[in-house]
Design a protein around this ligand. Structure first.
Ligand code: ZN
Length: 159
């Protein structure tokens, strides 16, 4: 069985930045990551690079921003009054805002005299990412999983 649309796949992965040993994320110290292929559960390039892989296969690949979290959008930086934030505010702190589309994360971009510049860009936007992926298992998705557009885990109840 190969990785393709409507398969549920589990993988172990390690993500690093190019020309650096810095690991930004890894599943190695937890359960392997499970996802339904072809339903926008993963960044596009991650799935594309794994298509056709078989159980036990290892793949290493590099994703440019277009294949990963996109480019930074300067319009996603907004200004808010400083008094809406705690006094110990620092650049780089993460917060969550409620929006019509659900919770949205933002980071503190710059602290000015009266206002704060906040950044809604994904923290990985604009970055090239390297992944090393081990394919642990591949199975057919259930009809319910395909209908829902996500995997339900080994026990069939995860959401
Ligand atoms: Zn579901």
């Amino acid at each position: 069985m190969k990785i393709e649309k409507d398969k549920v796949v589990t993988v172990h992965y390690t993500g690093t930045f190019p020309n650096s040993d810095e690991i930004f994320d890894s599943s190695k110290d937890r359960e392997p990551m499970e996802f339904l292929v072809g339903h926008n559960n993963m960044i596009m390039g991650f799935e594309q690079e794994l298509l056709g892989a078989q159980k036990g296969e290892k793949r290493d690949f590099t994703l440019i921003p277009e294949q990963a979290y996109g480019h930074r959008n300067e319009d996603a930086i907004q200004e808010m009054p400083k008094d809406q934030f705690p006094p110990d505010l620092e650049v780089g702190m993460m917060f969550q805002a409620q929006s019509d589309q659900g919770p949205m994360q933002f980071s503190i971009n710059e602290i000015l005299e009266e206002t704060v510049k906040i950044d809604f860009n994904h923290p990985m936007a604009g970055k090239t990412l390297q992944f090393s992926v081990d394919v642990i298992s591949i199975r057919d998705a259930t009809e319910e999983e395909i209908l829902h557009g996500h995997s339900h885990g080994a026990n069939g109840h995860q959401h």
